[in-house]
Design a protein around this ligand. Structure first.
Ligand code: SF4
Length: 363
């Protein structure tokens, strides 16, 4: 049985590091029961998803992330006209959000990022632009303008919200081994704090299941919680399991007999995130692309309340071995959610509006 004082702290949103360690080692039924109780208290029985399209505008990248299966020195780079066509297709089927990210290119400057955003917004003013990872912002900020200056320019060009990707594990000892050339923990947090202070809300992510320890994951969760206490700018937390195929880090793991994260650990991670972030971040997303639809559905009983987006195309996880496909229709989302005993609702990017499929707004 989990101790009463731990349960009290969890319900009050005041879990300590020691509590998180105890929870990470707790019997699964107790962990899942608590996460499910806190999920019900935070958001009730509604499970959300968004009609969106992912656009990875280039697969070329000067980055050296050892977990990456996406970068390709001979890869593609989309023209703006091609990006606009993809946005048009998405708008036609009712998408409200476009998520654009790409590899890091030496000739991509702040102006280049702004040009993409402006081109989309001028043709599709109502579409929500969820774009520019902290790494891309950091890259765009070089040349003297600084992170804050870059964010101001990007917002002026049409940036609405940002994905909190490039977080991986926010512990520098781990980052040095898996992504030595990426922005470090302090730099990532700096981009995010600046964005939130400018009114650009972001998601928060963690990429777990490689060389990190449970304590590293817990440290990551507490940093996210601390930032949220200051800024209230995170809209959701998305645990992303590491995909070990077609990349250097995964090859080393597979060769040493480590086949990557298991479904049990995926569920444990989602439950832990719900409990540690309770009262601070309401929305915990189970990524159907990473987990597969069946495990994502089960995660709805372990603390998760959102299933992400329709996506329409997804190249990053697919290149690392994900097999769940690149598009899930609203009808399938509704089916999965109802079969989990929950109530489906389509949401916007910042969860300010939710609507039951074909029905009335829920809030
Ligand atoms: S994860 Fe992103 S930044 Fe790192 S190598 Fe891959 S595409 Fe480049």
């Amino acid at each position: 049985m989990l101790p009463t004082d731990l349960l009290d702290r969890a319900r009050a949103g005041e879990c300590t590091n020691e509590d998180a360690i105890m929870l990470a080692n707790a019997p699964l039924p107790e962990l899942f029961r608590l996460a499910d109780e806190l999920r019900a208290e935070a958001v009730g029985d509604t499970v959300t998803y968004i009609l969106n399209r992912n656009i990875n505008f280039t697969s070329r990248c000067i980055g050296t992330c050892r977990f990456c299966a996406f970068r390709d020195p001979n890869g593609y780079r989309m023209e703006i006209s091609e990006i606009l066509l993809k946005v048009q297709e998405a708008v036609k089927i009712g998408a409200t959000e476009i998520c654009i990210q790409g590899g890091i290119l030496p000739d991509m400057r702040l102006d280049s990022y702004c040009e993409i955003l402006e081109s989309i917004k001028s043709e599709f003013p109502d579409i929500h632009l969820h774009s520019c990872s902290p790494m891309e912002v950091y890259h765009a900020a070089r040349g003297g303008v600084g992170v804050k200056g870059a964010l101001v320019a990007l917002k002026g060009a049409g940036l609405d919200t940002m994905p909190g990707t490039a977080a991986e594990i926010l512990v520098d000892r781990v980052r040095e081994r898996i992504c030595p050339d990426k922005l470090n923990t302090e730099e990532w947090a700096g981009v995010i704090r600046n964005a939130h202070n400018l009114g650009i809300r972001t998601t928060a992510t963690i990429m777990y299941g490689h060389i990190e320890t449970m304590q590293d994951r817990i440290e990551h969760l507490f940093l996210i919680r601390d930032i949220q206490k200051e800024t209230h700018g995170f809209t959701e937390f998305v645990p992303l399991p590491f995909m070990p195929h077609n990349n250097e880090l995964g090859s080393e793991m597979l060769a040493s007999g480590n086949y990557g994260i298991t479904g049990i650990d995926d569920l444990r991670m989602h439950a832990l995130a719900r409990i540690v972030l309770h009262t601070h971040i309401k929305n915990i997303q189970a990524s159907w692309v990473k987990l597969g639809t069946k495990l994502a559905q089960y995660a709805l009983h372990c603390g998760a309340n959102d299933l992400g987006g329709t996506l329409m195309e997804e190249k990053i996880s697919k290149s690392a071995g994900a097999t769940s496909g690149e598009y899930m229709s609203p009808a399938e989302f509704d089916w999965i959610i109802r079969k989990a005993g929950r109530v489906p609702a389509v949401r916007d990017t910042i969860y300010s509006h939710q609507q039951q499929p074909g029905g009335a707004a829920t809030r």
